[in-house]
Design a protein around this ligand. Structure first.
Ligand code: GLA
Length: 394
């Protein structure tokens, strides 16, 4: 639970080789982490209240991997993995204080997004004959849960052990216009190779649900410039083209012969400015849902049999991130709205296309598109999905 007493002792232990120095630091749950903590934000800077609830920063640690998560928006603040030389590298964009997250929640840095990840057209949908009206926060559409989505609420955090953080949130019937009291649990679990996120939910009325994590990755390290030379491979032969407001047209089109063909490893920047392509124009680059070739159902333990949905590689760091999921789609967003106005951790700044998101999820606007896989959750059913971000180097 939120332990408000946080001891932050900055004992510099050693600076070995290129490795950032270590110090002893205690997170909001009172757990000690000593590896690569000089890259981690000061947990003191996350002690505050929002909506009358305490916020804090929690560390997970396993082998060479460290993660920092705040219960504000259940956001992944830092994810530190070794690069090809063994140097700890923070591969996600984030802020170094809760104040900055509260000031700019709309970047969705590291957030759990809900109830509905991405857009619902005209901010409305029908379920069992009844129309539900949502908040228009993206032109005529609703985006990422509406005015105050799951990214901007305080979750209840419980550290189960040094590798596992469980976050829960109860979304009330009618919150942001969605029906049903929804009980949501998100578990971050760090193993020695990567970060697994498990999502679970139940409802007391039929509703729609599409949860994802909105981390912005730069595998060369957050704040190190363009992601144009990262390579990306997507296990997707099809994608869902959009209209000018980024709502899928309902068609499922082949990527072959288009800038959307990432079936072989390709530099993100290679075709991103192909202005002859209308879809690239609409997205201001990549901001599209890809239809994964295999819907990878089954327990997380079986993920390796299914193969990765995406593989991204940092050109300078050699860090390879493989994304496994049971979800049918992945929103690949190339950071087209980043513009250098967000002060990142460690005094760095963001910039146009200096990070990318791979949001594993159901397709945008599914509640209005009967041909897309259903996002309806009914009472008595259990929503249970998972995504795993696995790291290696080459
Ligand atoms: C998603 C959307 C983008 C953008 C980002 C957040 O990925 O598809 O259009 O809104 O979130 O900036």
């Amino acid at each position: 639970m939120n332990n408000r007493i946080v001891i932050f002792s900055a004992i510099l232990l050693a600076a070995c080789g290129n490795n950032p120095s270590s110090r002893t630091v205690t997170d909001t749950a009172g757990a000690r982490t000593v590896t690569a903590v000089s890259l981690l934000p000061d947990p003191d800077n996350f002690l505050d209240t929002a909506d009358g609830q305490a916020t804090g920063l929690y560390f997970l640690h396993n082998g060479n991997l460290t993660a920092a998560i705040t219960n504000y928006g259940a956001r992944l603040v830092s994810l530190i993995v070794p690069d090809k030389n063994g140097t700890p590298t923070d591969v996600v964009l984030g802020y170094d204080s809760i104040g900055k997250y509260l000031h700019r929640p709309d970047t969705y840095f590291g957030a759990i997004v809900g109830r509905y990840g991405n857009r619902i057209g005209h901010a409305r949908f029908k379920l069992n004959g009844k129309e539900y009206t949502l908040y228009k926060n993206n032109g005529p559409n609703t985006l990422h849960g509406g005015k105050k989505g799951f990214d901007a609420v305080v979750w209840n955090a419980r550290k189960l052990d040094t590798t596992t953080l469980r976050l829960t949130y109860i979304s009330k019937d009618g919150e942001e216009g969605y029906p049903g009291n929804l009980q949501v649990t998100v578990t971050y679990l760090l193993d020695s190779n990567g970060l697994r996120i498990n999502y679970e939910a139940t409802t007391d009325k039929p509703t729609v649900l599409n949860l994802t994590n909105h981390s912005y990755f730069n595998l060369n390290g957050q704040g190190t410039g363009t992601i144009g030379n990262h390579t990306l491979q997507l296990n997707a032969n099809y994608y869902t083209p959009v209209d000018s407001t980024l709502i899928p047209t309902g068609k499922i089109e082949s990527v072959t012969g288009t800038p959307f063909d990432f079936t072989k490893p390709t530099a993100i920047g290679a075709r991103i400015n192909d202005s002859a392509n209308r879809q690239i124009k609409f997205g201001h680059g990549y901001d599209h849902n890809f239809v994964l070739n295999t819907v990878k159902l089954g327990p997380p333990e079986g993920y390796e049999e299914h193969g990765p949905a995406a593989i991204a590689t940092g050109d300078l760091s050699g860090i390879v991130m493989s994304v496994y999921t049971d979800q049918p789609g992945i929103q690949f967003y190339s950071g087209n709205f980043l513009n250098g106005t967000n002060p990142l951790k460690g005094g760095k700044t963001d910039g146009y296309r200096t990070a990318f998101c791979l949001e594993t999820q159901h397709f945008p606007n599914s509640p209005n598109e009967p041909s897309f896989p259903s996002t309806v959750l009914k009472p008595g059913e259990k929503y249970s999905t998972w995504t795993y971000f696995k790291f290696s180097t080459k």
